[in-house]
Write a protein that binds this ligand. Sequence first.
Ligand code: ZN
Length: 504
Amino acid sequence: MSDYDATYQLLCEKAKEASMLATIQELLEWDERTKMPPAGSAYRADQAAYLAGLIHQKQTAPVIGDWLEQLGESPLASDPHSDTGTVIRQLRRDYDKKTKLPQSLVEELTRTAVAGQQVWADARRDNDFTSFQPLLEKTVDLKRQEAAALGFDTTPYDPLLDDYEPGESTANVTRVLRDLRDALIPLVQAIAGSSQRPDVSIISRKYPIAAQKQFGAQVVAAIGFDLRAGRIDETDHPFMVGLGPGDVRLTTRYDEHDFCDGLFSTLHEAGHGIYDQGLPREYFGLPTGEDVSMAIHESQSRMWENQVGRSLSFWEHFYPQAQSAFADPLGDVDLRAFYGAINDVRPSLIRVDADEVTYNLHILIRFELEQALLEDRLQVADLPAAWNEKYQAFLGIEPTNDADGVLQDVHWSAGLFGYFPTYALGNLYSAQFFAQAARDLGDLDAQFCQGEFSLLREWLRKHIHAQGRRYTPAELAERVTGSPLSHQPLMDHLGQKYGELYAL
Ligand code: ZN
C-alpha cells in the first residue's frame, strides 16, 4: 500500500465517522418529528446542538485539511469522477465550506432551528405570526451571518443555495424559473377557463385510515420500496430520512376525508426512499454513496408521485385494488372520473396540497420572498402582507389567516433558506429524466398498466442512484439526458396531459 493509499483510508474512516454521527442526529430528528412529546423539545434542542457541534468538529479537524492537501496532488485524485477522485474532490468541497463556519455559529443555527420547530408549530396552531416573528428575525440574521462567513459575490442567497444545489447559481435558477413561470401562467389560465371540471367530491368521501395505511404500503411495495429495509410512520409534515444501509424511514399523514393527501404523500416520500435504497451500500458514509442534491432527490419523489402516480396507466393497474380496498367511496366511481378527480387543477392556498400545474407558482413566491429577506429588501414584520400580495398576483387568491398563509411551511423555522427552489428544480429534472427514460425504455404506460415498475426503477438506479455524488446536478442531468436543465420537458408533459384532461 502506498502512502497515498494509507492516507486515503484514514480520510475515508474520518468521513464515515462524521456520517455515523450525522445519522444519529437524524434519528433524533426523526423521533422529534414523529414520536417526541412536546415538552421534550428544549432538551432535544440541546442534544441536537451538541451533536451538530461534534460533527462540525470531526469534519473540520485540521488533519483532514492536511490529508486533502496531500491527496489532491496524488494519482488517486487525477480522474475527478473516479471513486477516489470523487471522494477527495467532494470532501475537499465540504471541508472548505465547513471550515469557513465558526463552531459557535453552527451550534447557534442548530439550537435556533430545533427550538424554532416548536415555536412555529404553536404559532401556526394559534394563527399568531407575531409569536413567531422574533425567532424568524433571529434565523434570518443567522443565515446572513452564515452567508457572509461562506462568502459571496452578488447575493447572500448564492452560498445558501449552493448547500442544496452544488454549483448552482441564483441567477441561473431565476432565469429557468422565469421561463417556467411565463409558460405556466397561460396554461393555468386556460385550464381555469375550461368547461371541463372533474367531480372532486369523490376525493373527500370517507376513506378509513386503517385501509389507507394498508393500501399505501401495498402501493409503495409494488413500485419497489423495500419495506424490510424501511418503515412508514406518521407526522404532520411528511419527510424521508435514510438512517443507514437497510434503514430508510418514510413519514406520511392521513386524513379520513382526503384520499389524495395520504396516498400521494406516501408515494412522494417513497420516491425519496427508493433513491436512498438505491445508493451504493458499500460506499455508505462517503460521497460516492450519497445523493447528488436536494433537487435531484426531489426529481425522484416527484417522478413517482406525479409522472407515475398520477398517470392513467398507473391507475389502470391499481384502480381495481383501490376499489376493493375502498368499496364504499369508490365502488360507484369509474376510472376516468377518478383519474380526473386526482388531477384536479385549481389555484389554492396550501403548497403541499397544490396540483402539479400550480405547484411551482407556490415555490416561486417563496423563492422571491426569501431572497428579499436575506438581501434586506423585506423585513420579517412585513412578510405576512408581502406573502398575501404575491398570492394575489400569482394565483389570484389570498389567505384570510396566516396559518393558511405565511405560517404554513416548516422550512424557515428550521433555517432552510435556499431550499424552496429545489422543489421546482426537482419538478423540472423529474420531467427531463422521465422523458429520457421513456426514450430508452419504450412504452412506459404499457408497462405501468401491467404493474411493471421495475424497468423504470432500475433505469433510475443505474443512471442516477448508483452515481452517488460523482457529478453536480447540472452535470448529471446533461449526462443522462444530453441537455441542460430546461423548463421544456415539464411544460411538454403538463401541456399534453392537461390539454387532454381539460379539452384545451
Ligand atoms: Zn420531497
